[in-house]
Design a protein around this ligand. Structure first.
Ligand code: NAD
Length: 491
């Protein structure tokens, strides 16, 4: 994918309800490009009335269209066509890159195709999961029937706007639900293009709607709406807790929560190919400038290889090139906003004041314009009580803790509240499996770090990292509710 001119990107800045663009009313929020902090569009904030309009539209489409009632293979056919349109859309990657932290090389090479293939993956379940016949008495027939919920409220974060949205809407739509999606107010526009393409692919208008706005007004009204039967959310642990409370107060709605993390990478001295491990550890914290829920932000390394590994990671960091997301050669993402970069820097500097050593980074990278690019940073000499080790930074900051034996590695790996992901690098199969069992995390990667394109593997956190799963069969099933039907046919 080539570089492009960001000023030529047009966005459709309203809501998308009932298969139509709906202009915003009232004052618009500024939407900025993270790469240069320039305002490039205004965003309407949907109030409770407009949220009601979107949800009622979705409900009426759910009840009156054939989306939920048609042969499931027909629904799958529409979803596959939608995926094809997403993949071949000439402008989607640039639309994603211009307003997010995703360099164009990543947006075109991963975000767009991964979104499309994820929708295909969920389409395949449409006629595969339908309930069971239960072992009841022989003069009765007991069944569980899988049915969609109705209207699902989906709320997405800004760090991978298309992919995160697709993990919410893909399984919900494949299971026959209607959806109202609220993308992040920081990265709102690619979702509207998804909705346009859905209608183009043959999805009935109103089945997939996008409302724009902030969390406090629009997101809250969506979650609380009485016609929303289930909420699926990805974002911070704090917001997830607020959403869970709102779901409890407004109808005990089921909720899927994909939240924050502070994931460890355990490296033992026998790890195969330490240079490769260094590149993996570096990629796990520098990718998307650390603005990744599963960022491997805590390196826990055996003493004998600690120095060599840290040198290797620093060298991998130095190969990254900070640049605007519209430049083909850019490989280090901007921070979502200058304020967020200041927040990240504050956490680094306070940890240094508390006794940590700044091994590399710890400052902004010089890039033209008003965007903020934070250099990948390594803090050594840390302890578990330091802010940088304890709290999610959501930036390219790696802390390093050294251990002597397996028990110590596991103790350091455990986090008091988060449990999203973990990595273990070792040549010893027994140790790898002991660590996989011992670490309290929703995903443990052995001799790798990061997701593969195995959509079949679910992802989701333990403890305060969330509940429920995205991807996998589990995510599809979570968008269905199972009804029991018992028929007596005794003479
Ligand atoms: P955030 O919680 O600030 O916002 C996420 C979404 O929630 C946005 O659309 C926002 O408008 C909305 N929102 C905010 N307050 C709300 C409320 N009271 N009611 C309803 N909606 C509300 O998170 P963020 O800054 O966009 O994303 C970063 C966070 O997301 C990090 O903590 C990261 O770890 C997490 N995340 C987790 C996963 C995962 O799969 N576990 C994936 C990506 C990001």
């Amino acid at each position: 994918m080539q570089s492009f001119n960001p000023d030529e990107i047009q966005v459709s800045s309203g809501h998308y309800i009932g298969g139509r663009h709906v202009a915003g009313q009232g004052p618009a929020m500024d939407v900025r490009r993270p790469s240069d902090n320039a305002v490039y569009a205004g965003l309407p904030v949907a109030d409770a009335d407009l949220v009601d309009q979107a949800v009622q539209n979705a409900w009426s489409a759910f009840k009156t269209s054939t989306w939920a009632t048609q042969a499931p293979r027909e629904r799958a056919r529409v979803l596959r066509r939608w995926a094809d349109l997403i993949e071949s859309d000439p402008g989607l990657a640039a639309l994603e890159a211009v307003g997010s932290t995703r360099p164009i090389v990543n947006a075109a090479g991963w975000d767009v195709p991964f979104t499309a293939e994820g929708i295909r993956f969920f389409a395949e379940f449409a006629d595969k999961i339908g309930g069971d016949v239960a072992a009841t008495r022989s003069d009765s027939l007991g069944m569980t029937i899988a049915e969609p919920y109705g209207v699902i409220g989906a709320i997405a974060p800004w760090n991978f706007p298309l992919v995160m949205a697709s993990w919410k809407i893909g399984p919900a739509l494949a299971a026959g639900n209607a959806v109202v999606l609220k993308p992040s107010e920081l990265t709102p526009f690619s979702a509207v293009r998804l909705a346009e393409l859905a209608v183009q692919a043959g999805m009935p208008p109103g089945i997939f709607n996008v409302i724009q706005g902030d969390g406090r007004i629009t997101g809250d009204a969506l979650v609380r709406h009485p016609r929303i039967s289930k909420v699926t959310f990805t974002g911070s642990t704090r917001t997830g807790s607020a959403i869970m409370a709102a779901c409890a107060q407004t109808g005990t709605k089921p909720v899927t929560l994909e939240l924050g993390g502070k994931s460890p990478q355990l490296v033992f001295a026998d790890a195969p190919d330490l240079d490769k491990v260094a590149r993996m550890v570096a990629g796990a914290i520098a990718g998307n400038a650390g603005q990744v829920c599963v960022a491997g932000s805590r390196l826990i390394v055996q003493r004998a290889v600690a120095e060599r590994l840290v040198d290797g990671i620093a060298s991998a960091f130095s190969a990254l090139r900070a640049g605007h997301t519209w430049e083909a050669g850019a490989t280090l993402s901007p921070i979502i906003s200058p304020a967020d970069a200041a927040r990240i820097d504050g956490m680094v500097q306070r940890s240094v004041q508390a006794g940590a050593t700044l091994a590399v980074g710890g400052r902004l990278a010089p890039v033209a314009g008003e965007g903020a690019f934070y250099l990948p940073t390594i803090l050594t000499g840390v302890d578990a009580n330091m802010e940088a080790v304890r709290d999610e930074i959501f930036g390219p900051v790696l802390t390093v803790q050294v251990f002597d034996d397996e028990d110590e590695a596991l103790a350091l790996g455990d986090h008091p509240s988060y449990g999203l992901a973990a990595g273990v690098h070792t040549a010893d199969v027994g140790r790898a499996l002991r660590c996989a069992r011992g670490l309290e995390a929703g995903t443990v990667w052995i001799n790798r770090y990061g997701r593969s394109d195995d959509y079949v593997l679910p992802t989701g956190g333990f403890k305060r990292s969330g509940m429920g799963k995205d991807l996998g069969r589990q995510a599809y099933e979570a968008n269905l509710r199972f009804k029991t039907v018992l028929v007596d046919f005794a003479r």
